[in-house]
Design a protein around this ligand. Structure first.
Ligand SMILES: C[S@@+](CC[C@H](N)C(=O)[O-])C[C@H]1O[C@@H](n2cnc3c(N)ncnc32)[C@H](O)[C@@H]1O
Length: 258
C-alpha cells in the first residue's frame, strides 16, 4: 500500500472536471444505468471494486437504491476523496470505503448481492483470480456486473500501444476471450459480454472537443498547460485506438447459481 498513487490529485482533478464529482471513468450516471440494465439494486448489498473517488459508489446508493455499499480501492488519495464525498453527502451509514492491498479481497464469503466494478479491473493482472474472488464474495443468485477497458488482442495493436505509452498508467488489459474464460472458470452462469466501442468512440471525441474548446479554460483552472496538452495528446491517441477497434471497452456480467 506504499506505492505512489497513479490517480494523484492532478489526474483526479482533470478526470472529475471531465466526468463529474467523484467520477474517474466516462459516461456519468447514464453509463452506470446502461451497465446496471435489468439489475435491481434496491435493498441490495454491493461491493464496488476499484471505487476510485467515490462518485459512482455514492450514486449506487443515491440513484440506484442500494442499501449498503462497500467501496474498495488500492490507492490512498482516491479513498480519501471517496470518504470526503460520502461524508459531504451524509452517506456514512450506507457506504464504507476501504483502502486495501492489491490481491485477494479480504472480505467474507457469500456476503454481497452484487459485485460491481467500473473501469478498474484493467489494473488487475490476474483476471481469473479476480473472477474467482467475485464469485466467492457473492451470495447464491448474485450478479457480478462490471465495465472495463479491453484490448482486441494481446499484444495490443500499434494504435493501442501508442495510446498506452502516453497514458502511462499500469493498465494490464485483457481480451474479451480472456474475460469470458475467467468468468467461466470461476463458475458464473448467464455470462454476457457487450462491446462498448461504438458507444465510447463518439463520447471520447466529444471529451476531446471539451479539452480543446469552450471548456479549455475550466480545465486550466485545475491543471497546468503542459498537463492539459499531454492529456489532449493522450485523448487523440486513445481515439485512434478506438477507431482502429483496438480499444474495446466492454460491459460484462455473470450470475452465481442459486
Ligand atoms: C479508472 S479508475 C475508476 C474508479 C471508479 N470505479 C470510477 O469509475 O470512477 C480505476 C480505479 O481502480 C483502482 N485500482 C487499481 N488497482 C486496483 C485493485 N487491485 N483493486 C481495487 N482497485 C484498484 C485505482 O486505484 C483507481 O481508483
Amino acid at each position: 500500500m506504499d506505492n505512489v498513487d497513479q490517480y494523484d490529485l492532478k489526474l483526479q482533478l482533470l478526470l472529475e472536471q471531465m466526468w463529474g464529482e467523484g467520477y474517474l471513468s466516462p459516461g456519468g450516471q447514464t453509463a452506470t444505468q446502461d451497465l446496471l440494465q435489468g439489475i435491481d439494486l434496491n435493498d441490495k448489498t454491493v461491493l464496488d471494486i476499484g471505487c476510485g473517488a467515490g462518485g459512482i459508489t455514492a450514486s449506487l446508493v443515491q440513484d440506484f437504491g442500494a442499501t449498503k455499499v462497500t467501496g474498495i480501492d488500492v490507492e490512498a488519495a482516491v479513498c480519501q476523496r471517496a470518504q470526503q464525498i460520502v461524508e459531504q453527502r451524509g452517506l456514512q451509514e450506507q457506504i464504507s470505503i476501504m483502502h486495501v492491498a492489491p490481491g485477494p479481497i479480504s472480505l467474507p464469503d457469500a456476503h454481497f448481492d452484487i459485485v460491481f466494478s467500473k473501469d478498474a479491473i484493467l489494473h488487475i493482472t490476474d483476471k481469473q483470480a479476480l473472477a474467482r474472488d467475485a464469485f466467492r464474495l457473492l451470495k447464491p443468485g448474485g450478479w457480478f456486473v462490471a465495465s472495463d477497458w479491453l484490448v482486441h488482442r494481446n499484444p495490443p495493436g500499434p494504435a493501442m500501444q501508442a495510446y498506452l505509452k502516453l497514458e502511462d498508467l499500469d493498465f494490464d488489459m485483457a481480451t474479451p476471450e480472456d474475460y469470458q474464460y475467467a468468468l467461466e472458470q470461476a463458475g458464473f452462469n448467464h455470462i454476457t459480454m457487450q462491446d462498448r466501442n461504438s458507444w465510447y468512440t463518439p463520447v471520447a471525441k466529444h471529451e476531446l472537443e471539451r479539452l480543446q474548446g469552450d471548456e479549455r479554460e475550466a480545465f486550466l483552472q485545475v491543471v497546468s498547460l503542459d498537463y492539459l496538452n499531454h492529456s489532449i495528446a493522450t485523448w487523440q491517441a486513445m481515439i485512434t485506438a478506438l477507431e482502429a477497434g483496438e480499444h474495446c471497452p466492454h460491459h460484462f456480467r455473470g450470475q452465481k447459481a442459486i
